[in-house]
Design a protein around this ligand. Structure first.
Ligand code: SF4
Length: 139
């Protein structure tokens, strides 16, 4: 994901219920959301959980389904991805933002790693929550 798109509007503004709301969201006025997240390029979008959810929903459904017998080969992932997988194995599940805190990685890098692992079907989020868990057994 390019970082040089500061000021670019999020691709989901047409559909996004947060962006199009006339009400406050979680007590925050909509214009704050727009200034902090929506109109800030990837630096803003990556901090928006709604954005991550939209991105994850572009991943084919069969990859997002809980898998019973899936093996996740730690040799087929990067070192950073491996650390997230090992964290999720240790904790069982972890909140999106806590993954970054636990591993001391930036939210930009963390968002990319989580999207990468989810697009490979290695991790899934629990229902519509921001909790992530392994989608198979590590080998
Ligand atoms: S950044 Fe988040 S709140 Fe703003 S339009 Fe995109 S998904 Fe919606």
């Amino acid at each position: 994901m390019k970082e040089n798109n500061l000021g670019q509007k999020c691709e989901y503004t047409d559909d996004c219920t947060v962006f199009n709301s006339k009400e406050e969201t979680n007590g925050t006025p909509v214009y704050i959301y727009r200034n902090v997240f929506c109109n800030r390029g990837y630096k803003g979008w990556k901090n928006c959980e709604q954005y991550i959810e939209y991105k994850l929903n572009t991943i084919p459904k069969d990859q997002r389904m809980m898998s019973e017998n899936k093996m996740i080969d730690l040799n087929n992932v990067t070192q950073d991805e491996r650390e997230i997988l090992l964290l999720l194995e240790r904790t069982g599940k972890c909140l999106y933002g806590n993954i970054f805190k636990e591993l001391n990685i930036s939210s930009t890098k963390g968002a990319e790693l989580i999207l990468s692992l989810a697009s490979k079907g290695y991790i899934i989020n629990e229902g519509k929550t921001s909790f992530y868990q392994l989608n198979g057994d590590l080998i």
